[in-house]
Design a binder for this molecule. Structure first.
Ligand code: XBP
Length: 233
């Protein structure tokens, strides 16, 4: 029986990756490191999950071996601040997200978040969309600070399940990216996947089902709680 839905954030709740990219680039410019991530580059760089990990990976590809963990942490801290400033001008929830959250709440389906992004970014997203996420009704928000092991590691989903006190067969994950699907499946969860702007070419074949969006499964019908309950491995 379905008791909870665990949502990914970036690309699943909202198309936020362009905002992350812009925030990274502003901070790189201010810091004078001479880096700029184009959308094409960023598509590749997204294979490295987590902002700090992405910066470290890029520094290595640029042969910048003397960059310290403190330098990376400082760039990332500034990027998180910049992201929160940019978000209100850019964020809208993806189609069908608000409707599904409302239906879950009205049917006593519990809600949680499992993301690699920094936890404060989830609050920033809820504020940017005027509280439409209903974040105060989510029982747990597990992110990259709580769980340093980033997706595709299943840890973030395992911790979300622990916090809910549920077995994997009592919940379902909603994801947009290959690493996220791998993480959810690794934790034993069913996983509904809906590709986003940056993950359109990802291999989502490990998902229980792949749909266009939460508003349109591909046949014009939205994702409902009944549909989620029906999804089985
Ligand atoms: C997506 C990510 C994140 C963001 C950056 O996370 O890979 O790393 O791009 O976030 P998810 P931070 O899809 O799991 O929400 O800079 O805060 O790490």
């Amino acid at each position: 029986m379905l008791k909870a839905v665990i949502f990914d954030v970036d690309g699943t709740l909202a198309e936020t990756e362009e905002v992350h990219r812009e925030a990274f680039n502003i901070v790189f410019k201010q810091a004078g490191v001479g880096w700029f991530w184009s959308p094409e580059q960023y598509r590749e760089l997204l294979k490295v999950t987590g902002g700090k990990e992405r910066i470290r990976h890029y520094a290595q590809t640029e042969s910048m071996t003397d960059i310290s963990d403190e330098d990376i942490a400082s760039l990332h801290r500034l990027k998180t601040m910049r992201y929160a400033e940019l978000l209100p001008h850019a964020a809208t929830l993806r189609p069908g997200v608000e409707r599904l959250i409302d239906e879950c709440l009205s049917r006593s389906i519990r809600l949680a978040i499992a993301t690699t992004t920094t936890e404060v970014n989830v609050d920033a997203l809820d504020r940017a969309v005027g509280g439409a996420l209903r974040l105060e009704r989510f029982e747990s928000v597990v992110g990259g600070i709580t769980v340093p092991e980033k997706k595709p590691d299943p840890k973030v989903y395992q911790v979300a399940l622990e916090k809910l006190g549920l077995n994997p067969d009592e919940a379902i994950a909603i994801e947009d990216a290959e690493a996220g699907v791998t993480a959810a499946r690794g934790a034993g969860l069913r996983c509904l996947a809906s590709p986003s702007f940056y993950t359109i070419e990802h291999d989502l074949s490990k998902a229980t089902a792949v749909i266009e969006s939460l508003a349109d499964r591909g046949d014009g019908k939205p994702v409902t709680v009944d549909y989620l309950e029906m999804l089985a491995d």
